[in-house]
Design a protein around this ligand. Sequence first.
Ligand SMILES: NC(=O)c1ccc[n+]([C@@H]2O[C@H](COP(=O)([O-])OP(=O)(O)OC[C@H]3O[C@@H](n4cnc5c(N)ncnc54)[C@H](O)[C@@H]3O)[C@@H](O)[C@H]2O)c1
Length: 251
Amino acid sequence: MDLHLGGRVVAVTGAASGIGRATALLLAAEGARVACLDVQEAALHALADEITGTGRTAFAHRLDVTDPESVEVAIAAVTARFGGLSTLVNAAGVGGMVQFADLKLAEWNRVIAINLTGTYLTCHAALPHLLAAEGASIVNISSIAGIKGQAYSAAYCASKGGVALLTRALANELARKKVRVNAICPGGVMTPLIAGMNLEGLDMDLIGRMQNPTFSLGQPDDVANLVAYLASDRASYITGACYAIDGGAVA
Ligand SMILES: NC(=O)c1ccc[n+]([C@@H]2O[C@H](COP(=O)([O-])OP(=O)(O)OC[C@H]3O[C@@H](n4cnc5c(N)ncnc54)[C@H](O)[C@@H]3O)[C@@H](O)[C@H]2O)c1
């Protein structure tokens, strides 16, 4: 299916790794001009070089989604470079499992700041540009942990549930202004976020309740494919949706 992303300018947060990286690569391959945004600058520049090396268009800019000034500067850099912004993909995020009794306020604040407040900040900064763009949309990466409670994930679930309802609130508010806002809720996807999790001392039976029937993990491209579709005009009647991509975990 040709998604006709040729006219699109897409900003992808969390582009240095995992789902964000796969999304930046796929959207660029589909013809979009892609701004790769993340705190990991070396990986970002390597990604932008990889994309431009294929003849596609990309550039890298440092972004810390927890810092309002950094967000404003990065979005301004994207629009200065590409003359506008039509699609925002929020894939920056952190996760981890910890027993609630051991969840310190600093960790709670860190997870909420990156996953939830960071999504608010980028949406807020991007909005004036999205309102001026054709076929504008936002795709937020929530999680099945934003749909269903998950043990050892109080801050993560709270942040991702917040992202899901932030998505729906904006979808209602912006529909008449022609900005679509959707969320994707992945189950386990093989990325550094999952690979680096420390599960020591946790009850694996409780963790297993979030598994899908085949106990399988998805790949970053599984998510990127749906991002590309939701960003395209093929999805022009879709807004306010939160799609699970999880091999059936919340089925
Ligand atoms: N991997 C999974 O199983 C899974 C499941 C559900 C949801 N998700 C969500 O998908 C998104 C992408 O995760 P991933 O699995 O690709 O992880 P990842 O660790 O591979 O990538 C996350 C990226 O976010 C960036 N990031 C972190 N803090 C940042 C900040 N303050 N400012 C800018 N960038 C920052 C990191 O540098 C990294 O490049 C996250 O929101 C995550 O919660 C992942």
